[in-house]
Design a protein around this ligand. Structure first.
Ligand code: MG
Length: 180
């Protein structure tokens, strides 16, 4: 087995672990696809939920994305258990507004998808649609979702950008076809 094949298999295995871990934290792939749908429906009126779900899955299979998710979720879980040392324990457990590293980590997810990714993330970070709002409300020291809400927003924004790129390519191909 060559290096590339082995790495791909690892990414597939990590994907299964990540989907399971997100579900344990109360987030399904469909919750994320729902945010993606709301981000893209303005631009693609005949967009279907299945397409959004498919792109969410693709995003979750990317190694850079997986690494960010694993790191953020771990910090939320450790903070929830009171296992971090101070002052980080209090900062993360109380979702301190000026901490900012949760957003930085989330940006590492959207950066894979270029500037549309960052724009989409900026929007959902402000509006906190769907499950993001619910997660944000739950953070109270007993339940810690400091990283999770940003991670969910970033995955949704990345999937929206992935769809936008795909449709832009399709439009471009159509134009070329017309010119022939
Ligand atoms: Mg946060």
């Amino acid at each position: 087995m060559d290096h590339e094949t082995r790495n791909r298999m690892n990414d597939e295995k990590k994907y299964v672990v990540i989907v399971d871990r997100l579900e344990r934290r109360g987030v399904t792939e469909l919750d994320i696809a729902d945010i993606t749908y709301h981000l893209q429906i303005k631009y693609i009126p005949d967009l279907e939920m299945d397409v959004c779900l498919d792109h969410v899955k693709r995003v979750l299979k990317k190694r850079e994305v997986q690494n960010a998710i694993l790191t953020g979720l771990e910090l939320d879980i450790l903070a929830e258990k009171g296992m971090l040392s101070e002052p980080l324990q209090t900062i993360i457990a109380s979702d301190y507004g000026l901490y900012g590293i949760d957003e930085i980590l989330a940006l590492s997810i959207v950066n894979v998808y270029g500037s549309i990714g960052s724009t989409n993330f900026g929007y959902v970070d402000k509006v906190k649609p769907g499950i993001m709002g619910e997660l944000d409300d739950k953070t109270n020291g007993t339940v810690v979702n400091t990283f999770l809400d940003d991670i969910v927003g970033a995955i949704a924004a990345a999937a929206a950008s992935s769809i936008a790129h795909k449709y832009a390519d399709a439009d471009f191909d159509t134009e070329l076809y017309k010119k022939q």
